[in-house]
Ligand binder design. Structure first.
Ligand SMILES: *[C@@H]1O[C@H](CO)[C@@H](O)[C@H](O)[C@H]1NC(C)=O
Ligand SMILES: *[C@@H]1O[C@H](CO)[C@@H](O)[C@H](O)[C@H]1NC(C)=O
Ligand SMILES: *[C@@H]1O[C@H](CO)[C@@H](O)[C@H](O)[C@H]1NC(C)=O
Ligand SMILES: *[C@@H]1O[C@H](CO)[C@@H](O)[C@H](O)[C@H]1NC(C)=O
Ligand SMILES: *[C@@H]1O[C@H](CO)[C@@H](O)[C@H](O)[C@H]1NC(C)=O
Ligand SMILES: *[C@@H]1O[C@H](CO)[C@@H](O)[C@H](O)[C@H]1NC(C)=O
Length: 378
């Protein structure tokens, strides 16, 4: 009977773990890139990935918001990159990355490469070295549904001037943070706020290229809108007519002297197959057969409970649904081919309706550069 209880405890903790994991806030957006390879659940790649993500989320030494770790040996080496928005404090940064490391492997259960964005951080992992390499795809857009009511030409000009002045500043940031935020006055009594960031492993020139590329997408993304974002793996920018970042830390460089990104000391995972454990196997299996019916019953109850508690959870109603959101989904289907991705992301898009400040975003993915880019997404 003791065994049944211990298994019950075990299953309850699984249930709690599962519901915790699925309770991570949704990403703004994520991509599972599977044309570059899949892994199986018992593969070395998966083990390396798990190890890497747990060392990333448990790291307490880094306080400048940029994590860039490899783990494992070729051909199963995994590379990860975590970047927090330049104005968030280290605790929020860790919480955000911790959520991302839990959620991304669940959403992309066997893709070797994946990326997920929150407001405060982005997490990316892949099978090839990404340090210092600019990646501009996949890109996605978000835009504020409010139009600029008048004087759009002036608004656009003010925006471009602000962008130009900030790109140099962001790109010139050190090897720990490449971030800039600023504001300017715009027509119709607006103040225009702008934030931009590169992963700090990029050179000044490459960061500036990435941001200039993102800036060129603004007409495509957010023409006539009061706000918008162009988000790429290596850089992103956002503008709004309200303040959406912590101005007290804007653009200040971390006081640390630039250091090469530290490589975490991760010890290889301990092997479970110790000979001692094997010796007891036959004894154990006899016990198991006896308690199977009880355990199955308990499992059934727990599963029902898990399902019940998930179903019962009030679903957040989107505040706004519009033709545009549906259009976004259609273009997703065209671009990425799978309905699953589209419907997942549709609910993400709905979620955006709850965003602060009463502003509603719609989301649309973009497949820009070529067919070649399309081929890296599925
Ligand atoms: C990976 O798996 C997905 C289905 O989960 C499949 O569509 C894709 O073709 C696979 N990719 C490779 C490279 O095997
Ligand atoms: C482990 O993965 C291989 C394929 O890589 C598969 O053939 C095998 O059945 C898997 N073993 C288990 C226990 O899942
Ligand atoms: C991480 O997820 C928890 C809920 O699981 C949430 O309360 C917390 O705010 C999230 N952290 C960030 C930085 O979003
Ligand atoms: C913004 O302008 C577009 C056309 O340019 C129009 O379809 C849309 O309804 C407008 N949105 C709002 C919130 O006024
Ligand atoms: C706008 O930017 C200026 C610096 O250019 C700064 O002093 C000011 O505090 C900012 N205003 C807001 C509301 O962030
Ligand atoms: C802004 O950042 C400063 C410095 O890190 C911090 O003291 C302050 O609490 C932050 N404010 C908000 C609203 O996050």
């Amino acid at each position: 009977m003791a065994m049944v209880y211990s298994r019950l405890v075990f299953l309850v903790s699984i249930c709690i773990l599962v519901s915790q994991a699925t309770d991570q806030p949704d990403f703004l957006y994520h991509f599972c890139l599977d044309d570059n390879g899949n892994y199986t659940s018992n593969s070395t790649y998966k083990a390396n990935l798990n190890q890497l993500l747990s060392s990333l989320s448990s790291n307490t030494e880094i306080d400048y918001g940029f994590y860039n770790f490899p783990y494992g040996k070729s051909p199963d080496q995994v590379y990860s990159l975590g970047l927090c928005r330049g104005d968030v404090n280290p605790d929020i940064c860790r919480s955000c990355l911790n959520n991302a490391t839990n959620l991304l492997p669940l959403l992309c259960p066997n893709q070797k490469e994946a990326i997920g964005w929150y407001d405060y951080c982005v997490l990316r992992y892949t099978f090839s070295d990404i340090f210092g390499i600019m990646e501009d795809s996949p890109t996605f857009y978000m835009w504020n549904t409010n139009n600029v009511s008048a004087n759009y030409d002036q608004f656009r000009q003010d925006l471009m001037t602000l962008l130009d002045s900030q790109i140099g500043q962001a790109a010139a940031g050190g090897s720990l943070r490449k971030f800039a935020a600023g504001n300017t006055t715009a027509p119709n009594l607006h103040t225009l706020y702008l934030l931009m960031q590169c992963t700090p492993d990029l050179s000044v020139q490459v960061c500036s290229d990435c941001l200039n590329g993102a800036m060129k997408l603004i007409p495509e993304c957010c023409d006539g809108k009061q706000g918008g974002r162009v988000v790429r793996p290596s850089c992103n920018l956002r503008f709004e007519v309200f303040s959406f970042y912590n101005a007290t830390v804007q653009s200040s460089s971390p006081s640390l002297s630039p250091l090469p990104p530290p490589v975490p000391s991760v010890s290889p995972p301990a092997s479970n197959n110790t000979p001692a454990a094997k010796g007891k196997e036959s004894n154990k299996s006899r016990t198991v057969i006896k308690v199977v019916p009880i355990i199955s019953f308990v499992v059934l109850i727990i599963i029902s409970f898990c399902i019940y508690s998930r179903v019962r959870k009030p679903r957040e109603k989107p505040q706004s649904e519009s033709v545009d959101e549906i259009r976004g989904v259609e273009s997703l289907q065209l671009g990425f081919g799978t309905i699953k991705v589209a419907t997942d992301d549709f609910s993400d898009a709905n979620k955006l309706g709850r965003g602060g400040f009463g502003v509603v975003y719609k989301i649309q993915s973009s497949v820009y550069n070529s067919i070649g880019q399309d081929a890296t997404i599925s």
